[in-house]
Design a protein around this ligand. Sequence first.
Ligand code: PLP
Length: 402
Amino acid sequence: MLAERTTRVGTSPTMKVAAEAEKLRRQGVDVVDLGAGEPDFPTPEHVKAAGRAAIDANFTKYTVNAGTEDLRAAICERYRHDYGVEYTAQEVIVSAGGKQALYNAAMTLFGPGDEVVTHSPGWPTIVEQIKLADATPVIVRQSAEDGFALHADAFIAAAGPRTRAFVINSPCNPTGALMAEAEMVKLADFAASRGIWVVLDLCYERLIYEPVPHNLPKVLADRMRERTIVTGSASKAYAMTGWRCGWALGPAKVIAAANAIQSHSTSNVCSITQKAVLAALTGPQDCVTEMLDEYRRRRDLVIARLTADPRIRCVSPAGAFYVFPDLSDLLSPDGLRTSADFAQALLDDVRVALTAGEAFDAPGFVRISYATSVERLEEAARRIAQFVQALDRGERAALARS
Ligand SMILES: Cc1ncc(COP(=O)(O)O)c(C=O)c1O
């Protein structure tokens, strides 16, 4: 009944707990939601003001499909300033979020017979987009013991004669890990020698806690500019998830092809959004620093609370706003068998919603978003500790009734 491609795309296992959490909330139940993949902060005032001004100025019509000239120039300027890379307006397309920027890249570059190497634990959309483009995903696994580090050698070992691209997300959702510059140098040298593309998803690029070197765009531009696509987004850095704005930078030919695809699907990003994002990129950046400082405080708090129980092992993330603890020591064949069971029971018993690692191809783990207030995080920690105690005593049923 449905087109064949629908059989290749999975729906996310996160949906179930998220949908149930939402249902409970609508019933007035006090759910602590640690599932959100978006900032809890409001969009900064000056950005909202630019959106309002766009409406008042009747800037409410179609724009150029690839995005307004001034916004594309601002994106180029941002990357020149942040990374020292040079792109022109013909090498940028503005899309409905980093998600569409990545989707355009997949549709433009990947096809039947291609293998595309990406990493796990990782953001599920990347794999699904590869499949939607009729290509085959090849997965390189990272380990918690190693801080989820992304090693070039692992990607190189996974490459074969059909490898078309490496898709890398750094900082990574859900692990918060970064790819080191030296690793990218090695990977880029290999990719350049083999004519393999690198698609770099920098959605969380502004949310890196320590001033560590992370100039991956420059590494790629210096070695293989003609086979590099960099994607970014206003969503996380400027708390603008609902505005829907991301972008891709790459060779003019690819951007022109992405532009053609986008022109026959969604067309330009909302005109009002484009004005707001222009203000975000060109205006004061201290709002980003303020949010980052607050995320750091929350990250440290969550890790301290969780690891008070030695059975919860947790890598401190270098970027993004998730912790990704290993809960396998709390699972057992005759109790909660999987992290998905754990997430469901946690919601049922103490009304804490988080995302099971299964969603990121990492059973045994859960993703906790700390894009929520310190008060709610403290409350979540209290409830999780209560839940684990009941689990230890075999008193879960009592907890659920209490
Ligand atoms: C790793 C990663 N890349 C890209 C995106 C795309 O976000 P947006 O489409 O809101 O820009 C997300 C959103 O969650 C993400 O986690």
